[in-house]
Design a protein around this ligand. Structure first.
Ligand code: AMP
Ligand code: MG
Length: 400
């Protein structure tokens, strides 16, 4: 038996083989969530643009607060402020610009107005309740570097700089093929003997779209060399990547490997991963190709751990690694596998911190093991687990 390829090595090969990112396009902020920045963003302005009040209250010089002060102006958000007359206070509201000459704002709860004079209770220190110009973003700061996947909060920050549009990478177009004579699309009633519904493509398309890319469902492929070659050729046309599920083991009915080899190139990896041993990588007519295993859970796990970082890198994303956390096993397993295992688990908070509870059925054909879990727990090859052991886990939310 030839040795199995460690997951980390397969990932390193994939990342090194990822093509250059696609061209840049300009998008409005509303259309930019999940897109990947094609250029650094340097702020042309300060945020906030001027010192302003963090409270409803009174702006004054902190040193003046010891005596009763006349109120010389009223400043609301959206208005310019006149300089503060010496020895006075200004009524001010949250977000209104602090007048020149004031160095603090006193919350209204700490104040009393009697006959037009302001009395302040308690100490006032310089800088109290003033949001300084540029405290969020200073002029000239590089707020985001190219290669960042824009999140909702990033769009808010970009808007605060006055940016209405950003340069992002054109989304990759990912063609999806489902191999297998047994597959029928959901909706067909009833299933004939031997048939199952095609579940992988719905999951994979949604995973691809969740990465901000375009997913093209190229349909089902019959288990014949001719149909496989025709479908691969069609899928590759206009695509940035072709991903198939099923048909990549070495069985008689697995035609993907031979046809990809004929149309381009292919390496069939036997990965040290459970679930998901067979994985094919190569190209079809020059377009990168990934052949995922057919079992839905294997398809999910190999997509998340290998196809996802490959696609993100090809999309131009700098940081493609999900965040792994450590949590304690709430279970024991005496019989380790020789492959690296990714258990479908629920990470929950307990008295002693995060605990890991595995889903009962870890079969690669049981997709509900993913649905009813919230994380994958990594069990290194040939490693037994004793309750209380620390394990690496990755939340499913950070893979989608
Ligand atoms: P294969 O890799 O083609 O031998 O498929 C392995 C297992 O995954 C078989 O039980 C297939 O029926 C199943 N399978 C393959 N493709 C799909 C799919 N698109 N949806 C659901 N199950 C699939
Ligand atoms: Mg098959």
């Amino acid at each position: 038996m030839s040795t199995l390829l460690p997951v980390a090595e397969a990932l390193a090969i994939l990342l090194a083989s990822a093509p250059a990112p696609p061209s840049a396009q300009i998008r409005s902020l509303h259309a930019a969530c999940g897109a990947v920045l094609a250029a650094d963003v340097v702020s042309p302005v300060a945020v906030p643009p001027e010192d302003n009040s963090a409270m409803d209250g009174y702006a004054l010089r902190a040193a003046d607060a010891v005596t009763a002060l006349p109120i010389s102006q009223r400043i609301v958000a959206g208005q310019a402020a006149a300089p503060l007359a010496p020895g006075t206070a200004a009524r001010i509201f949250t977000g209104a610009p602090a007048p020149a000459g004031a160095d603090a704002v006193v919350a209204q709860e700490q104040c009393q107005e009697v006959n037009g004079l302001l009395h302040v209770r308690g100490p006032v220190r310089p800088a109290d309740h003033i949001r300084l110009r540029g405290q969020d973003v200073a002029v000239g700061t590089c707020v985001f570097e190219q290669g960042r996947r824009l999140r909702a909060e990033d769009l808010g920050l970009l808007a605060s700089l006055g940016c209405a549009e950003v340069a992002v990478r054109r989304p990759l177009r990912v063609a999806l093929l489902s191999t297998g004579d047994e597959l029928v699309e959901p909706g067909a009633q009833p299933l004939l003997p031997g048939q199952i519904y095609n579940s992988n493509v719905y999951m994979l398309a949604a995973l691809v779209r969740g990465l901000g890319m375009e997913a093209v469902d190229c349909g089902r492929v019959a288990d014949t060399p001719e149909a496989t070659a025709a479908a691969l050729t069609e899928a590759a046309s206009g695509a940035d990547c072709v991903i198939s599920s099923g048909g990549v083991s070495v069985g008689d009915e697995d035609h993907v490997r031979k046809q990809v080899e004929r149309l381009g190139s292919l390496t069939l990896w036997r990965l040290a991963i459970k679930p998901g041993k067979p994985l094919a990588f190569g190209d079809v007519l020059g377009v990168p190709f990934l052949g995922l295993p057919g079992n839905p859970t294997s398809s999910f796990v190999t997509f998340c751990l290998l196809a996802r970082p490959f696609l993100l890198r090809a999309q131009g994303v700098a940081d493609v690694e999900p965040l792994w956390l450590r949590a304690r096993a709430a279970f024991s397993r005496s019989k380790p596998d020789s492959r690296q295992e990714y258990l479908r688990v629920t990470v929950e908070s307990g008295a002693g911190g995060l605990r890991i509870v595995p889903f009962a059925n870890q079969s690669s054909g049981v997709l509900s093991s993913v649905c009813y879990s919230n994380a994958l727990a990594l069990i290194p090859p040939a490693t037994p687990v004793t309750e209380g052991d620390w394990l690496d886990v990755v939340l499913l939310d950070s893979l989608t």
